[in-house]
Design a protein around this ligand. Sequence first.
Ligand SMILES: Cc1cc2nc3c(=O)[nH]c(=O)nc-3n(C[C@H](O)[C@H](O)[C@H](O)COP(=O)(O)OP(=O)(O)OC[C@H]3O[C@@H](n4cnc5c(N)ncnc54)[C@H](O)[C@@H]3O)c2cc1C
Length: 352
Amino acid sequence: MTKVIIIGGSYAATKAAKLTLEIDPIVEVTMVTPSSSVFFNVASPRALIESNIVDQLIIPLKKVLGSTLYERCTIVNDFADSVDLAAKTVTTKSGEVLVFDYLIVASGSQSKSPAFKMNGDCETSKTTLLSYASRLSSSGTVGIVGGGVTGVEVAGEIGSLGTKKVTLISGGVSPMSAISKLSEKAAKKLKDLNVEIINDLKVQNFDENLVNLSNGTTLQFDLVIPTFGNKPNSHFLPASVLDDKGFVVVDSHLMVKGYGNVLAFGDIADIGDNTLIEIDKRQVPVLKATLGHLFKGTNLVEYNENKMKDTIIIPISRDGGVGMISGWSVPNFIVRMLKSKTFFVDRAASIF
Ligand SMILES: Cc1cc2nc3c(=O)[nH]c(=O)nc-3n(C[C@H](O)[C@H](O)[C@H](O)COP(=O)(O)OP(=O)(O)OC[C@H]3O[C@@H](n4cnc5c(N)ncnc54)[C@H](O)[C@@H]3O)c2cc1C
């Protein structure tokens, strides 16, 4: 029987398992993942101020896959430690050697703090979130390190409490400087929440209370929350298939160059913008076609980077935020309706 190994256990990996078994119900699917649950990290900024939702962010794989698919998959609860692409083997951290015909690498990326990404087991994300939430309740001053989307969302949530002095250290020319169409609007909304923004200075180092900046100053806070990161989980792959940042180099069919039986899918692939929209709208159709081609000889489709380009919705408090759909700016009330109100917590399982 054809053996497919999927490395990872989050959005991309669970979608890959569903697609694989949908295309060929008789292949043998093995998922290598350190956790038996998934982590709905999308709502982690809200969980910092509403810790009662944390349990809803941890969802068992069985629920996400559904009982039938779950029974059809072999789940190996471990990290992939090395992959031999020529011998077609994956060796786990505990030393188990698994053989594959096809490999789908869906091991994503990690953030500095496990509060925002499933860096290992979901329990670590849960305990980190709960610890931040508890320390936050007794903190008067909060320093947020990193001005990407996560930093802006976290600053918005904590700023909206109206009881903390929040400082966002963007590390760049402005918060969300990579999303120039929304950057200024986001900064204005944060300032309206009395969030202080520090731009143009790099963070040299930080701990739970102190942040050292590149101009030699040291800032002191009751709580420091790092929100940056996005480091690829790819140490187990040979450097020859990685780009200079550690993401897996793929062609327009998500195939790893030089290995027609190895695919990369989700954040770990060196394409796209590391979002769920990227996975659902741009990569899923390609993965589906590539698996169909490999298993059934059907036609390939090309990756299209322009599909739903410039689409992102960013809550800045429960009352709204900023966003754009296909490059068109969306008004505050739409952001509120689409995401800020609930952060999708009520339908988290269906997003995997
Ligand atoms: C706070 C936050 C909010 C976000 N909100 C949104 C949003 O609203 N909309 C949106 O489109 N995007 C959002 N994103 C981006 C989104 O989280 C990512 O695009 C998504 O997580 C990518 O999914 P993935 O499955 O590719 O990788 P990941 O979610 O990073 O999952 C990687 C998986 O691989 C596992 N793994 C890692 N190393 C190994 C190993 N060695 N062996 C086996 N398994 C391994 C991990 O445990 C995990 O299960 C957000 C990101 C953050 C940080």
